[in-house]
Write a protein that binds this ligand. Structure first.
Ligand SMILES: [Zn+2]
Length: 339
């Protein structure tokens, strides 16, 4: 699908159709819809009766197969963790997970891809391969892909997607035509979030660094039980059990945890400034009483210091090995607010 802010990106992409490069690397900020843009372009390339602007018709045989996920000339390569659909549901239902789904693109996947592009196309048109995120490839896989890009199979287009251009091998970069995907304007992102039913679009968008899809996911994720549990713990103030919370919340992404803490702290500060007790609680209106109680047990100076430290944690939030440590230290820090 195409998001409302992607018209200009689409026109630039469609203009490439006449002289299509073997490999196109779509890059840009996280959470702005690069992957969906790539998939829409892929469908447009495979469509048997594309519209004048290159968009897929949505009704031909090829579009039908694409929608079902079984077009014979379309291959998508992504980490297991990003595979949605039936598998994910089955796993959720079974309750006890054997192994967390992989966040990297495994070598077997790259081998299967290379095998698939080795045979001719089934529909006498193009073969389209989408790989996302490209930076999920490990060295061995990246080198294998590089070989394929160096000797591209006929009638094959690679659409590679990343928000970490700095993590892509320079040799791969040199084999690709780079395509910078632009982010939406503030107004476009806000309007879209509003249309998706996000209540506090402005704040969510700010927390997501201007990325509308990240903001939407964060807003939806707030309903999840672990996050509600965290809010319950925060409401305990000085009785917050920092170490067991870090244990409990290991499955939550650090950015989500830090985001909740930031909003909670914002509400605490607002609650302190609010003598009447009628305002405050912008993000957690149901917790107004707990916020007032916690706010009384600390002071604005300490809260502001804590808020500043959260901001600096957010700068380093994507180092997965440090996740547990970050949570522990942030939670201990939070408890200190009430000493
Ligand atoms: Zn079609």
């Amino acid at each position: 699908m195409l998001y409302p802010w992607q018209r200009e990106n689409w026109q630039r992409l469609a203009a490439l159709r006449d002289r299509l490069p073997h490999a196109l690397l779509l890059h840009g900020q996280q959470g702005i819809g690069k992957r969906d843009l790539a998939l829409h372009f892929a469908q447009g390339l495979l469509c048997e009766t594309p519209r004048a602007d290159g968009q897929p018709c949505g009704t031909c045989g090829a579009c039908h197969w694409f929608g079902q996920g079984n077009h014979p000339d379309f291959t998508v390569v992504r980490p297991e963790a990003l595979e949605g659909g039936a598998d994910g549901d089955a796993e959720a239902e079974s309750g006890s997970k054997k192994k967390a789904p992989s966040k990297i693109i495994r070598m077997e996947q790259v081998r299967a891809l290379i095998e698939a592009v080795g045979v001719g196309t089934h529909r006498a048109g193009l073969r389209v391969v989408v790989v996302y995120p490209l930076d999920a490839l490990q060295t061995e896989g990246a080198n294998a892909l590089l070989k394929t890009l160096e000797e591209p199979p006929p009638s094959t287009v690679f659409l590679l997607v990343t928000d970490r251009l700095d993590r892509v091998l320079p040799t791969i970069l040199s084999r690709c035509r780079q395509f910078g995907v632009t982010r939406p304007t503030h107004e476009q992102a806000l309007a879209w979030l509003g249309s998706q039913g996000v209540a506090d679009a402005e704040a969510q968008l700010a927390l997501a660094g201007g990325s509308p899809l990240t903001a939407l996911h964060a807003a939806e994720a707030e309903e999840q039980p672990l996050q509600r549990w965290l809010v319950g713990q925060l409401a305990a103030g000085g009785a917050f059990d920092a170490l067991s919370a870090a244990d409990q919340l290991q499955k939550l992404p650090v950015p989500a945890v830090l985001g909740i803490l930031q909003r909670w702290t914002y509400d605490l500060l607002a609650s302190q400034l609010d003598v009447s007790g009628r305002q405050g609680a912008r993000y957690f209106p149901k917790e107004r009483a707990a916020l007032a109680r916690c706010a009384q047990a600390t002071d604005a100076h300490r809260l502001q210091g804590f808020a500043a430290r959260l901001v600096s944690h957010r700068r380093n939030e994507n180092h997965p090995l440090a996740a547990r440590l970050v949570m522990e230290s942030v939670f201990l820090d939070y408890r200190q607010l009430f000493r």
